[in-house]
Write a protein that binds this ligand. Structure first.
Ligand SMILES: Cc1ncc(COP(=O)(O)O)c(C=O)c1O
Length: 356
């Protein structure tokens, strides 16, 4: 098994996540959808570090490299409510490093709690130095600005390490999910679970690409459905295919993922990054009330909407796993709009309501 993952276990890594995360059945949700089981959740919201999430697995490899290089300061850029930024600040704190974070204006029209609560509050509590970047859709520009800050720190005698966001860099974050593929395959084998498909949020693509690559490298043909949260399906598919080739190169193994094997679904992307739609709101509501799973409006609610759609489309024996990538602090940054929208949804669904 190990050889097919090439150099995975030789690369620098620090232990930050609580692993393995649980796999749980979502029996109530399955029943609500008229299925006799076959729905599961991989609880990567439970990776532990400062509210956890998928980014903790990814940071084990980035911060492993940072430590190997003798860095004393970590820099990262992301959305104002970025979970990656929050987890980087937490990882840096754990490793005794400083953290400088740049928050990009990606979601229009947000103020108040969006700027102070959720992940931003945690960034502050974790001691990160915060910068702002006005242009939300300029991934390369944001990375460039972070590198300039890193240069300034270097000139002042620090040893900075930049966690990059745009493509064209070593896919260290994806390795966390190559490793997760190995973990999942072990769990479904041990527990005798039939698994045909995993549904996962696809943003920067590290989780989607790493998981898909890991499964194929280990000989599994489980379908991986990537749920677009930022870019449309055509752009995202290309990004994931490229990322899979980068992973093969880094691990020095064959490029086991063909372009046709990359599935990106953008049915739930509208009205755009960080903005809810009705299907995602209904999914968030169902997950909370049926399974006590807390989802976030940006990533996991849309991914659960896609999971529900796939469960309704697929046959009764088709085993589906929802990868819960965390993001739960983000829900608090949307508390006003979520309260209003959930109220509207529940009122419309009340028996006797004209909308029911
Ligand atoms: C909670 C959550 N889920 C999913 C994703 C998407 O993961 P990736 O960037 O690896 O595609 C992110 C990215 O920030 C996230 O914070």
């Amino acid at each position: 098994m190990k050889n097919s993952l090439g150099k995975l276990d030789e690369l620098p890594r620090v232990a930050l996540a609580h692993l393995p995360t649980p796999v749980e059945a979502m029996g109530n949700l399955a029943a609500a959808l008229g299925r006799n089981g076959g729905l599961y959740v991989k609880r990567d919201d439970c990776t532990g570090l400062a509210f956890g999430g998928n980014k903790v697995r990814q940071l084990e490899f980035y911060l492993g490299e940072a430590r190997a290089e003798g860095a004393d300061t970590v820099l990262i850029t992301g959305a104002v409510q970025s979970n990656f930024v929050r987890c980087a600040a937490a990882g840096a704190a754990r490793l005794g490093m400083d953290c400088h974070v740049q928050l990009e204006e990606r979601v229009p029209g947000k103020s108040g709690e969006y700027r102070t609560s959720g992940n931003v509050l945690l960034d502050r509590m974790l001691g990160a130095t915060i910068y702002s970047y006005a242009e939300g859709e300029d991934e390369e520009g944001a990375d460039r600005r972070v590198r300039e800050i890193a240069d300034e720190l270097k000139a002042a005698g620090r040893k900075p390490y930049v966690v990059p966001l745009s493509p064209g860099h070593k896919p260290l974050g994806a390795l966390g999910y190559v490793d997760a593929a190995r973990e999942i395959l072990g769990q479904i084998e041990d527990e005798g679970i039939r698994m045909d498909e995993i549904v996962v949020a696809s943003g920067s693509g590290s989780t989607h690409a790493g998981l898909l690559f890991g499964l194929r490298a280990l000989g599994s043909d489980i379908r991986v459905t990537g749920v677009c949260v930022r870019r449309d399906a055509a752009i995202q598919k290309q990004r994931i295919a490229d990322r899979c080739r980068d992973i093969a190169e880094l691990l020095e193994v064959d490029p086991v993922v063909g372009d046709d094997d990359v599935i990106a679904m953008d049915d739930f992307l509208a009205p755009g990054y960080g903005r809810l739609n009705d299907a995602a709101l209904r999914a968030l509501d169902m997950a909370a009330r049926r399974e006590a799973l807390i989802l976030d409006p940006v990533y996991t609610a849309k991914t659960m909407a896609a999971t529900i759609q796939r469960a309704q489309e697929a046959g009764p024996d088709h085993g589906i796993m929802f990868l819960h990538t965390g993001g739960t602090p983000g829900a608090f940054a949307y508390s006003e709009s979520l309260t209003a929208e959930l109220g509207r949804l529940r009122a419309a669904n009340k028996p006797g309501s004209v909308h029911a």
